[in-house]
Design a protein around this ligand. Structure first.
Ligand SMILES: Nc1ncnc2c1ncn2[C@@H]1O[C@H](COP(=O)(O)OP(=O)(O)OP(=O)(O)O)[C@@H](O)[C@H]1O
Ligand SMILES: [Mg+2]
Length: 357
């Protein structure tokens, strides 16, 4: 069933450029960039963290910051939006220096480029500091991070640092102690859904609810991944439904995995392994399959005790696959064990007296 959106929701973000219906969409610009929020208030999710950044933007006295969290959750977007709100559009152009993993950031760069920028005179709004954005700072060498320590202190009257990274523990402790650490978490399915619907409205994309659900399923709380998959589906097929999304994302189809689980629940090992075989014969690796089995089981409506017993086995199998024994035998063994658990539980919903050995 197709649900064509007719009017923009009131909370819709303002896209930088207006676009026409999907057949006239400007495919040149990736939607992740086209719909990158410019303002902190347009950033979806992590409301507590973004709220703290908004408070800093109002106060004007920015501390050195580390933003840490999983990919595609809005860290880079947040630091740029913060710098823009602190310094204004003009100040943002002249008063920020961004260095990310694609730039040379060895010790020489920290010594020269960052110091030069920190020393340079720039006209900014009153009581504002220049901002140095060090994106993906967990990939900076330890020596370069060490060189940053004193630089951060010496120029603190004119310059503040905003660091973004995926793993804050890869930033050396002296830098962590100089910064306020703000954490980002994965976005919830609802938050991604709202954003996807807004963008579908702007781009006049027709979609089915299960199509968006499939995008959310594959994105796992990563907004960048969700937008990229949405755009890929639209440019490939012009219509977002479950089948098209899985053709683009190329992950094991969750309905097939759901069938396997259902067969395990009924204790039908043979059919379950046959279905699994079809999946692996289509070329998916063991880690793809086990990842999908985990996600589907976690979100399934299986009785709680059965779900926990399945997850326990999935965890062990995942560990073995991650360690390198990723043969079909490993997955077949898992399915066999799950089917035995299902059989012992009697295939009955809500059964509590099953054995999981
Ligand atoms: N919270 C969010 N609200 C709205 N859009 C978002 C959000 N997070 C990510 N996006 C979208 O995803 C794109 C990438 O986000 P961003 O660059 O901020 O991710 P990141 O957290 O810095 O990821 P990485 O750790 O990979 O650098 C943005 O251009 C934007 O379109
Ligand atoms: Mg980033």
């Amino acid at each position: 069933m197709s649900a064509m959106v007719e009017s923009a929701p009131p909370t819709a973000p303002a896209p930088p450029t207006k676009s026409g219906p999907s057949k006239n969409v400007n495919y040149e610009k990736p939607w992740v960039e086209k719909y990158r929020p410019n303002k902190l208030s347009s950033i979806v999710g992590n409301s507590e963290t973004v709220g703290r950044l908004s408070a800093i933007a109002v106060d004007g006295n920015m501390p050195n910051l580390i933003l840490s969290g999983p990919p595609g959750t809005g860290k880079t977007t947040s630091v740029h939006a913060l710098a823009r709100e602190l310094l204004g559009e003009e100040g943002y152009k002249n008063g920020t220096l961004e260095l990310n993993a694609s730039d040379a950031r060895g010790i020489d760069v920290v010594r020269n480029k960052i110091k030069m920028f920190a020393m340079a005179k720039v006209s900014l709004p009153a009581n504002r500091h220049k901002v140095i954005i060090l994106d993906e700072c967990d990939s900076m060498t330890t020596a370069a991070q060490q060189a940053l320590r004193r630089t951060m202190e010496i120029y603190s009257s004119t310059t503040r640092f905003a660091l973004a990274c995926n793993v804050s523990s890869k930033v050396i402790e002296p830098i962590q102690s100089r910064c306020a650490i703000l954490r980002y978490s994965r976005l919830s399915d609802e938050q991604v859904l709202i954003r996807l619907k807004e963008i579908c409205t702007f781009e006049k994309v027709s979609f089915t609810p299960d199509g968006l659900e499939a995008i959310i399923f594959t994105a796992e709380g990563d907004m960048r991944n969700a937008l990229n998959n949405l755009q890929a589906t639209v440019s490939g097929f012009g219509f977002v439904n479950q089948a098209n999304v899985f053709k683009v994302c190329d992950q094991p189809h969750p309905t097939v995995v759901r069938d396997i689980l259902e067969l395990c629940k009924l204790g039908d090992t043979r059919k379950a392994v046959e279905t699994l075989e079809k999946l692996t014969n289509s070329g998916y690796s063991s880690s793809d399959v086990i990842g999908t089995i985990f996600k589907v089981t976690k979100n399934s409506a299986l009785p709680e005790s059965l779900k926990l017993a399945f997850l326990r086995e999935i965890g062990f199998a995942h560990m073995r696959i991650a360690e390198g024994s990723d043969s079909f035998l490993q997955l077949a063994g898992l399915v066999g064990r799950m089917a035995r658990i299902g059989k012992e539980a009697g295939g009955e919903e809500g059964e509590n007296d099953m054995k999981t050995d």
